[in-house]
Design a protein around this ligand. Structure first.
Ligand SMILES: C[C@H](O)[C@H](O)[C@H]1CNC2=NC(N)=NC(=O)C2=N1
Length: 76
C-alpha cells in the first residue's frame, strides 16, 4: 500500500529476484515516460522502493502522483 510520508507517496515492492525487480522497473519506466512524470526510486537486488511527488509543484503530492501510483500498481 502507498503511504504518504514527507510530501511523497512511498511504496516498497519486493520481488522474487533481481530479474523480476528490474523487469518491473522497465514497465514503470515506460509508464512514467508516457505520463512525463517520473519516480524517485532505489533498487537493491529484489527490492524497489519508490517515492512520488511533483517537483514542478514545490515537491508536493499531486493528482499526477496518485495517477502514476495507480499505473505502477497495475504493472507490479
Ligand atoms: C519538464 C518536465 O515536464 C518536468 O521536469 C517533469 C518531468 N517529470 C517529472 N516527474 C515528477 N515526479 N515530478 C515532476 O515535477 C516532473 N516534471
Amino acid at each position: 500500500m502507498w503511504e504518504e510520508q514527507n510530501n511523497a507517496l512511498y511504496r516498497k515492492f519486493v520481488f522474487a529476484d533481481f530479474s523480476e525487480a528490474f523487469a518491473f522497473m522497465v514497465r514503470v519506466a515506460f509508464e512514467a515516460e508516457k505520463m512525463n512524470h517520473h519516480p524517485k526510486w532505489t533498487n537493491t537486488w529484489n527490492t524497489v522502493e519508490i517515492w512520488l511527488n511533483t517537483h514542478d509543484s514545490g515537491h508536493k503530492v499531486t493528482e499526477n502522483d496518485h495517477k502514476l501510483a495507480a499505473r505502477i500498481d497495475a504493472v507490479a
